[in-house]
Structure formats: C-alpha cells, structure tokens
Design a protein around this ligand. Structure first.
Ligand SMILES: *Cc1c(COP(=O)(O)O)cnc(C)c1O
Length: 840
C-alpha cells in the first residue's frame, strides 16, 4: 500500500472554501460514492442528496402547469423558468441585457441548433472551422457546412486562420468552434480567440461567428462571459456535468448576433405568434426574445425548476466554482506527479501520460483536472485497455477508456493517421470494442477525471491500483512448475472430475450426472450453448457480466422426456419458478440479430456481427425470463447442425429465408448485409461456437486458491469454487503415492488429450481469456473482487489474463462423422484423461 506522499488534506487548496472538509460533504451528501473510486467526472458529476430532496419537496408542494397558458399553475412554471434563466446567466457572469439563454436538451443539441440555424441563414450555407481537440459533437457540424470546412490541427493553425479573417472578402457566414477544455486530456484552450475573431472582422462587417463548447470546462471551472464584446457568440454546456442533475443543457447567445436565427425554417409550438395551418403557407414567428424563437415545444420545465435547487445546493456546499477549480487542480497535479514518477524495477516508466505540451498541471489557466494515459509493462509493451478496464471494474475503480468521444485528440496523441484508422475500421475496429493495441500501438486511452467531490483517498486508491497491478517491482519469474519440466516424474493420473454444459449461454450450468455418458459433437458437448437470451429492444445477447442474476437461471436437459427444463431462483429458494420447453423446434421463428460475443471475446469476432437465431415467440417464454431478470428479453436458439453456425448461415441464407418467415429487429441491418472482412487469424476457435469445450484443471484452481489465501489481506480467505470458471470438463489428478504433488497449470503445455475408454482425441486450442465474469459467485450471483484480481497478477500471458484451456474434438475423430453412430463419441465423469505435451 502506498500512503499519499503528500499530506494533501492539510493543503490550503484542498476543500478550500467548501462548507466543510470534502470527506464530510461526501458522507452527508454523496453516499453513493461510498466504497467506490469514482474518477469519471468528465462523464458526469454525481448529484448531491440535498438537490434531489429539495427538488422533491418543490414538486410535491407546488402545482406546476404547462408553461404555455394563463392558469395559475402555468404562470408559476413560467415565472420560475424565467427566474432560473436569469440566475444561470448570472452564474456565468453573463449580463441578461446582452445575452440570452436558450434551454436545450444538452450541449450537443445546442451545437446542432446553431449549425441548423446558420445553414438556414444564408442560401449559400456556411463555412466551418474547428479545432482538433473538439468533442465528436463539434466535429459533426462539418456535415452541415455546405461551403466546406477545415480542422485546425494546432493552436498555430487556428491563430493563422484568425489573422487571415481581416482580409477575408467573402460575406458568406463562417463559424469557428473549439472546446474551452478538451474532454480528453483537460487542456484548456484560450477564450481570447473569440475576442480576436471579433476584432479581426470588425472592419469587414463580420458574419464570422464563434462557438465555444464549454461542456467540459464548466464542471470544474468558473466560466466568465464578462463583457459581451469579448465573449463567444454562442456558448454551449450541459448542466449535469456541473451539478449531476438535472439532465439539461443551455445555449447562451450574444444578443447582437440574433440575426443568425431569423431565417431558421422550422417552427414548433411555443415559437410562433400565429400560424395558418391550411391555405397560404404563412406563420408569424415570435419576435420578443431569442429563446422564445428557439425553444420549440414545451420546455422541460420540471428540469429547469430543478436547476434552481441544484444551484442552491452547489453554492451552499462548495461556495463557488473558483473553490472547485482550486481543489480539483490541486488533486490533478497530485495524480500527474505521482503517476509520472512510477517506474518499473528497470526504471522504465509505468505510465505514458498524454500531456499537452502547451499546458501545466497545477495551472488552471492552461490545464483542467483530466489525465489521459496508457500503461506499459517493464519491456515497454502497452497494457491493453480492456484488461485494465476489467480489473478496474472488479476493484471498484470507475474510469473512462477508449477514444472518449474526442476523435482528433486521441488520434493525434496516439499518433494515428486517418488512413490508418480507416484501415482498422475495415478490419473491424469499432468504438468501444476490444481491439486495444494494433501494430504495437494503443487504439485508445485511459482517462481519469476529477471533480468537486474527489478526495485524497480516491487518488490513493488509483495509485494503489496502478502500483499493485501494473508496476513490476522485480523481473518476472518465468516459473514453469519445476515438476512439469522434469521428465523423470511419473505421468500423473488425470481424470474427469466433473462435466457440465451451459445450455443457455451465460446462464447456470447443467451438471451431467455421474454414470451418464454424454455425447461429444464437433461443435462441443451436446446441448452446450444451444440457446441464448436476447434483449427484445436491441436484439443483442445478454451476458452474465452485465446481468449477474443469469447464473441463477438453471437449465437442465431431460433427453428422455424431450424437454429443456429451466428453473429460476437461488438453489432451494422457496420462490423458485420453472418452465419446460420442448427440445424440438416448435414455437420459434427465425430472426436476424446483432450478436456481441460475451465472456470470451475473440479477436476475430466483431461485436455486432449479424447472426440468425430462432427466437421463441411465446409471451409465456419471454415473460418467464423477463420477469426474473427485470429485462425485456426472450429465449432464442442457434440454428442446428452446423460446425460453425455462423459460416453455415452465411453460406446458405436463402434456404433459411425460404423456410422461415424473416423477422427483422427494428433498426437492424438487412439480413444479407455482408459481414465485415476479418484478418486471417491463427485462432482456431470457430466463430459462433466461441468456446468449443473448456477444460479447467482442479490443480490449477487449487493453486490459485492458495495464492488468494496467501495474499489475502488480514487472513480473509476469498477462495473460489471451480464453477466460477464455467468449464465443461474439470480435470483432476489422482495422486498415487504419498509425497506426489499436483501439477497446476500443466494444461498450458497440453497439445492434445485422450479421454475415456475409447481414447477419444481432443486437440488443445488457446488458453481461455478471462474477464470479470469469473468474479460472479455462480450460486448466489454476487460479484466479488476475486479471483480476477489474483489471476491478473499471476496469470497474465501476453497482456491477457488466461485461465483454462479450450479444446475441440480432433479432426481425426470427425472423419466419417455423419455416417457413423453418434454414440461412440462420449465422455463421462471418472474417465481417464491422458494428455500429450507440446514438447513431447
Ligand atoms: C460532454 C461534452 C460534450 C457533449 O455533451 P452532451 O451532454 O453529451 O451533449 C460536448 N463537448 C465536450 C467538451 C464535452 O465534455
């Protein structure tokens, strides 16, 4: 454990000006932050308890009517809305005589409103320039810029553009946009650009507008719109980033540019004085104020009223945005200094921080409290971000990863060019997927962001996490168990300890009874992962990682009765419910759906690949699962009799089409949409059949548990059952002689194995990549930190956490497969297992 190297809590900037020490505020107002390390304030700030409580009191003691009316309740809403509008303007030091505030859904909606209006304002459309550090929502404006656009790759390019404006002869509208703070690395950009643009265009009469995206800045900094002559023409922000609640945004407009909105084409309820609905196409727009012309439809008046209480609470707890700025800047510098000093035993740095070269942590003019970085091992190789994510999840550390909605900032930090990214996209790279490192370079970043309620403990937890799991204190010991290297040792006696299938993907196991031989098919054990649950809205397969209760859905196969019996609820719980479904194909209809591989992400699978599934149409079936999980879902079955269900589907889509009525999920691609081209991989695992047969070694589980116990803080044992690894075959060793010891991880070196009296041959494939799903207790559905935390330390192979071995029936067994009797290929609990080793 590292102790904070600095007595932060006594520093003058820490909690400066707050109503109490930040720890006390947290205890009273932010109980949801207990027991977790929340470092994603740039995503959203959490809301204070008081805000919600006083909002609730406000709503329960007042009748608020729809603002567009004359009734008392309506007038109350109108009056409160107008008061809040002025209050918010003052919060940003914007004089209500010179600025107007338009309520919008969020910052993005504000940006879009400006872009739409500018497009309508001139028949030529407009020209658009944006800074490379822009959020995706600013980048998207370029699609509306009919006169072209430019992305400024640096501040210098931006400033050159501004200096050229004076001699610009064109009278067509131009819009220049940039973020006040990068949401990726927290860099703060100069507000003065807006003033420079204005003075450069004064002579030529203007028609050049500035749009400041303040969404990231305002969560931890004051925004002073000051004299309107130097302010941006348009400023957008989202309130949830400042207060946590309400979900609402604002567009602040300098009144002197109101003309931009005069030709906006659309009108909605509330923005017109009179409309002729038939006959002549005529309407009279409201002319009183900018906001009245732009706020289409009924305002989110309850949200606006909530803003009042949010402002009250915020002011009471933190005093001012300047206090928050000092507090967060101080903590960000701590994080920066401490992360950048971490080094491995060989003095290589643990963290590569993507620090903008124009800014300094600790200087609130140039840098906000956001740190973007990646981790490296002692050989200088990148740690895949999804591996960090998984471990962060089980350690209750909440950070953001990926390209964090800042495409220009991340690409330029990581050194990717446009053509390279296009190539990766064609090869299957997608936002939010698990292609972490391509060609030796990371595709995304880790982002830590700090807010008003971050405390020193959060910072210590973050540093502890990085030190414990990613800082190598000594050279890695390449320790194959000496025994397995020693050829003199008598071959141990392996046997099948238990057998299980998972008839419904990601749900509970069906343990194959002892004494019963179970058929092995080319795609795995019979009935394994034959079904799955799909979300009725998205069509995606559900997984236990997201819905841990799925392990309490326990299917069993009753071949003799021809039924799949499903029981939901904890074992022996009184409220268990059951459902029986025929093993035949009745009651299903074919659908095409996107499918995200769940537990064992394969590098060759693209999330969102189209697959065809037979969904059960009966409302009884969907209600059974939906009620238990609290998620609208239903059961679906994979098409049958295919070695690779996916490729079979691709080859013969027409037969399916003819045989079944095709039901396309809303929003889905056409069923014949070509699958993305994949790089040829050496992975031998077929696509739909993500996990042919998973073998777990009892000896390895035992070793792992010993390690967990040995490292367990204050002796608390958090050992795990072999079930968490969801293996099909658990192989154990029979120790023949006293003094014999088990051979954990011997399976790493298996090349093939023969099982049972007929010596059925299986080829060993890849080791199984693990995620935080192994932390779900399969009997209770409760998530814990182990065994993933210990696995991450002890079983990290090429940057991935691995445990267990995939295997598949050897091709030699498959010869003449269809003609022979199937029964020959079976396994049973107690069967002898004889492995061959790679180096034999
Ligand atoms: C969060 C953010 C946005 C988008 O905000 P929404 O609420 O999603 O519209 C835009 N720009 C920046 C800099 C942000 O941080």
């Amino acid at each position: 454990m590292v102790e904070s190297t600095f007595q932060g809590s006594t520093h003058s900037k820490y909690s400066q000006g707050y109503s109490a020490d930040v720890d006390i505020i947290r205890e009273q107002e932010y109980p949801l932050l207990n027991g977790t390390t929340y470092l994603d304030y740039a995503g959203t700030t959490p809301y204070a308890k008081s805000t919600i409580e006083s909002f609730s009191r406000d709503l329960t003691s007042n009748l608020f009517g729809n603002p567009h009316s004359m009734s008392v309740s309506s007038q109350l809403s109108t009056q409160r809305t107008e008061d809040v509008r002025v209050r918010v303007l003052r919060f940003f030091n914007a004089d209500p005589d010179e600025f107007d505030l338009v309520f919008v859904a969020n910052a993005t909606a504000g940006i879009k409103l400006v872009a739409d209006s500018l497009r309508d304002s001139d028949h030529r459309g407009f020209w658009y320039g944006y800074h490379i550090d822009s959020h995706t929502s600013l980048v998207g404006v370029r699609e509306l810029a009919e006169m072209g656009y430019q992305c400024f790759q640096s501040d210098d390019e931006m400033e050159v553009e501004i200096s050229k404006l004076a001699s610009n002869q064109s009278k067509a509208p131009r819009l220049l946009a940039y973020p006040a703070q990068s949401n990726m690395n927290g860099r703060r950009l100069p507000i003065r650009w807006c003033e420079q643009v204005r003075s450069a265009t004064k002579e030529s009469g203007g028609n050049v507008y500035t749009l400041l995206d303040a969404a990231s800045l305002v969560s931890t900094s004051p925004l002073d719109l000051g004299p309107s002559s130097s302010a941006p023409d348009f400023t957008v922000l989202s309130f949830y980033k400042i207060f946590g609640f309400p979900d609402l945004g604002a567009l602040i407009v300098r009144k002197s540019v109101a003309r931009v909105f005069e030709r906006r084409k659309y009108f909605g309820g509330g923005t017109v004085d009179m409309v002729l609905a038939t006959g002549v196409q005529w309407h009279a727009k409201k002319e009183t104020s900018i906001h009245e012309r732009l706020e289409d439809g009924t305002l989110p008046f309850h949200n606006i009223i909530a803003l009042d209480t949010a402002l009250d609470t915020h002011e009471r707890l933190f005093g001012s945005m300047a206090n928050i700025s000092a507090h967060t800047e101080f903590l960000a510098k701590q994080v920066y200094d401490r992360l950048s000093s971490l080094a491995h035993f060989n003095e290589r740095k643990v963290c590569q921080i993507y620090q903008p070269h124009t800014s300094t942590y600790g200087d609130s003019h140039t840098q906000g409290p956001i740190i973007a970085f990646n981790l490296c091992n002692s050989r200088g190789e990148w740690v895949p971000k999804t591996e960090v994510e998984k471990l962060a999840t089980v350690q209750d550390l909440q950070i953001r990863t990926g390209s964090v909605c800042n495409p220009g900032g991340t690409a330029s930090s990581l050194g990717w060019t446009g053509p390279e990214l296009r190539r990766h996209y064609s090869a299957g790279l997608r936002c939010g997927d698990n292609h972490d490192v391509l060609g030796g370079r990371p595709t995304g970043i880790l982002r830590v962001s700090i807010g008003a309620t971050t405390n020193m403990k959060d910072i210590d937890s973050l540093l502890n996490f990085v030190e414990e799991f990613y800082m190598e204190k000594s050279p890695p010991i390449v320790a194959l168990d000496p025994l397995t290297e020693d050829n003199e040792v008598v071959a141990p006696h392996f046997y099948v300890e238990s057998l299980a299938v998972f008839p419904i993907k990601s749900c509970g196991a069906f343990k194959i009874p002892e004494g019963k031989r179970w058929e092995v098919k080319k795609e795995g054990l019979a009935w394994d992962r034959e079904w799955c649950l799909i979300h009725q809205g998205t069509g995606a397969a559900l997984n236990q990682k997201r819905y841990p209760r799925m392990c309490l859905i326990r299917p069993s196969i009753e071949v003799e009765r021809g039924v799949l019996r499903i029981t939901c609820g904890a074992i022996a719980a009184p409220d268990q419910v059951s459902l029986e479904i025929s093993l035949g194909w009745e009651d299903t209809s074919l659908i095409s759906t996107s499918f995200c591989p769940s537990s064992s992400k394969k590098p060759t699978t693209v999330c969102g690949d189209r697959v065809s599934l037979h969904a059960y149409t009966s409302p009884v079936v969907s209600a059974f699962f939906s009620d238990f999980l609290g998620v609208p879902c239903t059961l679906a079955r994979f098409p049958t009799q295919t070695s690779s269900r996916y490729s079979q589907m691709q080859r013969t889509p027409n037969t399916w089409k003819n045989r079944f009525r095709k039901l396309i999920m809303p929003g889905s691609f056409p069923p014949d949409f070509p699958p993305p081209i994949r790089e040829g991989g050496q992975t031998q695992i077929t696509l739909s059949n993500e996990s042919p047969i998973l073998i777990v070694s009892r000896s390895s589980v035992n070793r792992l548990n010993e390690t967990i116990k040995a490292n367990g803080k204050n002796g608390s044992s958090k050992t795990v059952a072999a079930d968490v690894f969801r293996g099909n075959i658990v192989v154990a060793e029979r120790l023949a002689h006293r003094g014999d010891v088990e051979q954990p991880y011997a399976e790493d070196r298996w090349s093939s194995l023969r099982i049972g009296p007929d010596q059925l041959r299986f080829d060993a494939l890849d080791a199984c990549q693990r995620c935080q799903m192994v932390c779900i207790d399969q009997f209770t559905g409760i998530r814990r930190a182990e065994p993933f935390s210990t696995l991450a330390k002890t079983r990290n192979i090429d940057g991935k956490v691995r445990f267990g071995k995939y295997s598949a029936l050897s091709p030699e067994e498959l010869e003449g497969f269809d003609s022979e009797l199937p029964d020959r290929r079976t396994v049973m609990v107690g069967d002898v297992v004889v492995p061959s080793y790679q180096d034999d």
